[in-house]
Design a protein around this ligand. Structure first.
Ligand code: 5GP
Length: 194
């Protein structure tokens, strides 16, 4: 069975969004799985493209109706994968790319074990992650501290992923991610590189 649900996951700040954007540009047949979230929109984000921005009430109703495959509370906001996105992709044979957190990735694979492939983008180190978070400049000190704490927890999960890419040099990371996705799009299962 082809691995149609391709997940890029990583501790926040490890570079996964850069990788995801690159893959979406490189492979037009790949569609982005737009998640729902209760967090406020950041400058430049578009409702329905980056996320579906919902109120907590809307989100809780969707949970009650079973509309989410998985969801997590992250830094005080809810994030979840819409069942409709997944089911549509599976029924049309489309490939979907997910940018979701580590626990969400594992939950998605539990729900769709045959169709899911998990890619973990690992930061070179917690120190480097801290440097990148500061450089990004979108978070307060307190938010950075919470993200680093969470990253330490998330680093423990990498062994459960199908492949791990250590993001030391962005060019190499992008090339490796491209290679993996090209294989998946051909219906092959990528083999881990030591
Ligand atoms: P951000 O607020 O920076 O966009 O995202 C915060 C975290 O939530 C990131 O690690 C992102 O990958 C994760 N995330 C986004 N959408 C989902 C989702 O649908 N489910 C889960 N579990 N995590 C998500």
């Amino acid at each position: 069975m082809p691995k149609q649900l391709i997940v890029i996951s990583a501790p926040s700040g490890a570079g996964k969004t850069t990788v995801a954007r690159h893959l979406l540009q490189r492979f037009p047949q790949l569609r982005f799985s737009v998640s729902a979230t209760t967090r406020p929109k950041r400058p430049g984000e578009v409702d329905g493209r980056d996320y579906f921005f919902w109120s907590r009430e809307q989100f809780e109703q969707a949970i009650a109706r079973g509309e989410l495959v998985e969801y997590e509370e992250i830094f005080g906001h809810l994030y979840g994968t819409l069942r409709s996105q997944v089911e549509q992709a599976l029924s049309t044979g489309e490939f979907l790319l997910f940018d979701i957190d580590v626990k969400g990735a594992l939950a998605l694979r539990r729900a769709y074990p045959e169709q899911t492939f998990l890619i973990y983008v690992a930061p070179p180190s917690i120190e480097e992650l801290e440097r990148r978070l500061r450089q990004r400049g979108t978070e307060s000190e307190e938010q950075i501290r919470r993200r680093l704490e969470r990253a330490a927890m998330e680093l423990q999960f990498q062994d459960h992923f199908d492949v791990v890419i250590r993001n030391e040099q962005l060019e190499q990371t992008l090339a490796r991610a491209e290679q993996i996705v090209a294989q998946l799009l051909r219906g092959e299962v990528p083999t881990p590189v030591p």
